[in-house]
Design a protein around this ligand. Structure first.
Ligand SMILES: [Zn+2]
Length: 77
């Protein structure tokens, strides 16, 4: 396993009805909100290049590293 340089970030507390960029948890497939999507779903997620983000899932607390290409957009329900 090669060491990945990951940026450690904290998951946001997703508010119902708000849009976020984030990841689907590799463990429980739950939604992990990382950034506010101020476009409310209109702008596709982008992190401007490659990179890795390390974040803990708020649902199952699994901490994992995700690639910027795995970024997804979702509305908290
Ligand atoms: Zn999880």
């Amino acid at each position: 396993m090669s060491a990945k340089r990951a940026i450690v970030v904290s998951a946001k507390e997703a508010e119902s009805g708000s849009w976020y960029y984030g990841f689907n948890c590799c463990q429980c497939s739950g939604q992990i909100a990382v950034f506010d999507d101020k476009s409310n779903g209109e702008k596709a997620p982008t992190m401007g290049g490659s990179g890795h983000l390390q974040v803990a899932c708020p649902t199952c607390t699994t901490e994992a590293t995700y690639e910027s290409s795995e970024l997804v957009q979702f509305q908290a329900g």
